[in-house]
Design a protein around this ligand. Structure first.
Ligand code: ASP
Length: 411
């Protein structure tokens, strides 16, 4: 999902932006759940950005590899990929242009956990989280201490800011310097929904200005549309993975560069055991991507596992966590439409579900969960609300078609 809290242009909710809400108004009760899985093990589930790394990890798991190591194999792929700007190397930086990474892991068989938050200069923070679990008497290390620990146990220090991510940050800095994450958030009583129509001429002028500047900064033409989109509406991005073997052992991890252009030191839900990730192999495992601030407040992953312990199906357990987010906003759709959350849920018998607040993000993509249980596949998540979440500040109605091709950035 994507939110910026203080609008450069305070924009109104217009017809096209209300698509999801209208659908929801007509469907106040979530649709009956289609079955999301048949139980099978071994099995690995993850957010769809891990899909390409599932084959190798599944083979490893089927051949007797540890469940946490299997999950880490999945998330290490995007962490190493400089073209994936949501995690690890090449992740979009904080507002000062510094990449800060968060990760955590839980190892079911030994009932241990490790976590790191706000780590600079170390690419594979998921592995650092595992090292915290294995080499310290602590569960969580943050900031400079976490970086020094990582170096001490052998991780190389490297510059995580790729040239492309640096240019996107510079573009944001130059064009968004009055539109950042300072000031009260949507959960504050004084927050007001935007009031200026998104189709305003000001939007067109703004996009044109950002586009010209992107060209001057040397952002390659094929990445320019994606860069502009990131500047106008800073994205989040994360990968979660849970694994279950045929002995009934389970583990999981979540890793992220967090919210783009965040305040230095901001930790989202991803490194929080019980929010971004939680595993109890007596019951199941869950992880999250989306609005970290909202997920922390409902301790999403832990809530889901505890719901399953009390007998809910994976899908029911996830839907309940989503409804807690909705409750935190007193069902105020003027705010809920700007946030999103996806949960990836695996029960100890191999039953799984992917659930999300909205069906997709903006009008560019639907939320998916990736699965490998002998067959690798992706499935659309089951959404609580019909329609898609919206950019904040709202994008113009007449969004240029080329700006919708968000995925080009990663090609
Ligand atoms: N949950 C992550 C965070 O808030 C971001 C994401 O999932 O995309 O840092």
């Amino acid at each position: 999902m994507s939110i910026t809290r203080r609008g450069f242009l305070e924009s109104a909710v217009v017809a096209s932006l209300a698509t999801g809400l209208n659908a929801q108004d007509k469907n106040k009760t979530p649709q009956p759940s289609p079955p999301t899985s048949s139980a099978k093990q071994p099995i690995i589930i993850c957010s769809n950005n891990g899909r390409n790394y599932l084959d190798d990890a599944f083979l490893f798991l089927r051949n007797g590899g540890d469940t946490l190591d299997a999950a880490l194999r999945v998330v290490k792929g995007p962490e190493d990929d400089p073209n994936d700007d949501s995690v690890g190397l090449g992740g979009l930086p904080n507002e000062e242009g510094v990449v800060e990474l968060d990760a955590c892991c839980m190892h079911g068989p030994t009932r241990r956990a490790g976590s790191v938050g706000g780590v600079r200069n170390i690419k594979n923070v998921s592995l650092v989280a595992k090292a915290v679990m294995e080499h310290t008497g602590h569960v969580m290390l943050v900031g400079e201490g976490a970086e020094r620990f990582a170096v001490a146990v052998g991780f190389p220090r490297e510059n995580l800011l790729t040239d492309r991510s640096r240019k996107v940050w510079l573009l944001w800095k130059e064009n968004h310097s009055t539109d950042d994450w300072w000031g009260p958030g949507m959960s504050g009583p004084q927050w007001k929904p935007p009031t200026t129509p998104p189709q305003s001429e000001l939007w067109k002028e703004r996009i044109q200005r950002v586009e010209e500047r992107a060209a001057q900064l040397g952002i390659e033409p094929e990445f320019r549309a994606a860069a502009i989109r990131r500047v106008l509406s800073p994205p989040t991005g994360t990968i979660h993975c849970s694994a279950l073997n045929d002995k009934g052992e389970m583990s999981a991890c979540t890793t992220t560069s967090g919210l783009a252009f965040k305040l230095p030191g901001r930790c989202g839900d991803s490194p929080i055991i019980g929010a971004g990730c939680y595993t109890d192999q007596d019951v199941g495992s869950a992880g999250a991507t989306g609005s970290g601030e909202e997920n922390i407040k409902v301790a999403g992953a832990h809530t889901i596992v505890e719901n399953m312990r009390r007998g809910m199906s994976p899908q029911e357990a996830g839907m309940d966590a989503l409804k807690r987010i909705v409750r935190n906003y007193n069902n105020d759709m003027n705010k809920l439409k700007f946030m999103d959350m996806t949960y990836y849920i695996l029960r100890k018998d191999g039953a799984y579900a992917g659930v999300s607040l909205w069906e997709g993000y903006s009008d560019t993509s639907v939320h998916k969960i990736a699965i490998h249980d002998g067959t690798r596949r992706s499935q659309q998540t089951v959404a609580l609300f019909k329609g898609v979440s919206h950019e904040f500040p709202p994008f113009p109605v007449t969004i240029p078609p080329e700006l919708k091709e968000d995925s080009v950035y990663l090609k």
